[in-house]
Design a protein around this ligand. Sequence first.
Ligand code: ADP
Ligand code: MG
Length: 779
Amino acid sequence: MATVAELREKLRRPLSAELASGCQNRVVAGGVEKLLASPLGNPFPQVREALRGYGEWSADAREEALKGALALLSDGKEKPAAVKATSRSAVPAAAPGERLPPDAPVERLNTGPGGARKLQSLGLPLLRDVLHAYPHRHEDRRALPDLAEVEEGQKITVEGRVVAKSRRSPRPGMLVIDVTLETPAGGRVKATWFNQPWVEKQLREGARLVLTGRVKKFGRSVQLGVEHLETVDGAQDSLSTGRIVGVYDTREGISQEFLRRAAHRALETVPLDDYLPAHWRRQYGLTDLGDALWGMHFPQDEQHLSRASARLRFDEYLFLELRMLLQGEDAVLEGKRFNARSDDIHTFESALPFRFTNAQRRVLLEITDDMRSDRQMARLVQGDVGSGKTAVAACALYLAVRDGYQGALMAPTEILARQHYANLLAYLGPLDVRVGLLIGAMTPKTKLEMQARIAEGSVDVVVGTQALIQENVRFDNLGLAVVDEEHRFGVQQRRKLLSGRPDVLVMSATPIPRSLALTAYGDLELSIIDELPPGRTPVETKLIQDTFRAQAYGFVMGQIREGRQAFVVTSLIEESDTLELLAATQLADDLKVILPEARIDLLHGKMTAAEKDFVMESFRRREFDILVSTTVIEVGVDVPNATVMVIENAERFGLSQLHQLRGRVGRGSAKSYCVLVAGEHSQKTRKRLKIIEGSTDGFVIAEADLKLRGPGELRGTRQSGIPDLRLADLANDTQIIEQARELAKHILAHDPKLEHPRLQYLRSELQNRSQSVAFREVI
Ligand code: ADP
Ligand code: MG
């Protein structure tokens, strides 16, 4: 735990750097106030107060205030208010019945010993964070099923006491724990855990458990394939049983029950004043904030949950839109003005081994229009994997170079950077464009050389990773920057690039509806490539039951014998990286037994970026045959020699995700295959998976998925991947997004700075939300 002096120093350093660099509010990503709103600022309320409003001040006012703040820190006048380990009683917990503001630290919430620490470790330092850490799904535990009537494959939740427990080790290194649970109605269920020694202490005899999973029937006895386990201690069970219950993101050692209790306390303790004036709530048919927050954490029924979710989703979009529009104020910037001559487009196209598709042509026109104007281009090109985005971007880069500028292409990982580099060399090399590569893995000497060439303009197009936006890379004359988005770059990083004022093109393969793309990338114009190049042999997809796994892997082995490679993807396991890793490891081990001839390696989410790159690179070099992985391979790496993908427990994936995964094969000329292995599943799930079997069009799949999911269904796993949007259901929210956008525009049209007293709460909520997001980016 940090000492007072250390904490003070941690805060002092960025503040004095800010002072030294002329008080431009640039030193800290997201700004000085965001730094102070972070846990780092928590112990220093006086400093925080002294710099409140910093973002809006003149440089002189900033300088003066910074000096004051630094003085407070250096002579120790500012006594930390809440240094966790050193002063346990510094933050008095709320007295019973006392109300606390949303910005109070969680130490003030009565959550039992270690409670505050647990919440902080989940990234929830303030009460507002607890209120807005919504469950990622809900389980209906009102009427638990009659065990005599459950059906094979049905997903159920049961509650009961452990009446019998045994452990066995059928072969060395394998641990099986069997538990029999007796429900209050006297029914019995058997559940089994393989190789999960850490769950054992929760399974002692007499413990009360809530289990969720799929039913397997053996005659009259019911077995459960457990997907979710909770222990309930009698005193608290009213939050965890007999109702619709939220399931939260957590980590080992922090129970669902604890999180529910914390949420409950926070709801009781914070006055839930609504920041959205009543007439707007009426206009958009939204419930009030209190009802919404209660309904999200502790819904009375489905209707309550759905109106809660509608309101909170609306808010997320509203704040996102407001922020985008507010930032957008200065976003219409002067950029480069290119000629972008048609002759050059023709030259580029004649050097290609193919003709552009109509969609590519249309998008290229949109891009060249932007390039020819004075305004800085900020355009998102969205298109399915393989739709030809990179080819279009290469053409734009060529045009920039022909006009005497440099171009850059930024990729999220080194391996993708190398891949783009190879592609651009192929496109642009023959046209006498000098293409360079700059990535972290290069030797310092090569890096320096490349940096020097970039600075003197003796390289025309540079491909790289984040290394490209680092301080010591100076372009001679950067005109166009292409960013291969693939989810990894944040808005901040994009802006950093933007600040050099090149035109900017972002590429993304995520098939999301237009209205949503506008929201998620509100600062970008949108172009869509909605057509694949002709002559692709679509990936042949087959859905099979897991009882036919052996045949599936027999087929995989056949492909390997022909010199091909295969991806095997393991199912996503909710709530735990560790479990996911274990599942992947287990699968790799199993495959080594089933396919002794194959060379098998493993890729998973707990690896560092460099480790992942290393494994991917050796897979690309055909150093092994089967890559077993968790879903991290979604990122767009080309392995043209991989012709098969097996997706285990396909029923657990979303359709769009399956589609993205499948896009990893079929990238070479050989015919490719995707095998979806389904475990126990319902008719409905089967119908859903059949969509993937029947179509290879990302937009068709997203649409069909949307239609199949009934409106009454309880919300599933998180989907958006966009940090501000925790609840967003991208496919379904078009209408809400449009309404939120309309309201945001309306608000700012009448009150561009949100100064009206009636909007005071809205304004501070907007600031607070931006701060918590920015904080995550700072860290
Ligand atoms: P994306 O960046 O959208 O994944 P790419 O631009 O990398 O797509 O194109 C995928 C593959 O298709 C590449 O091998 C590329 O050469 C090829 N390609 C691109 N456009 C066309 C086209 N119009 N006709 C035929 N092949 C194309
Ligand atoms: Mg691509």
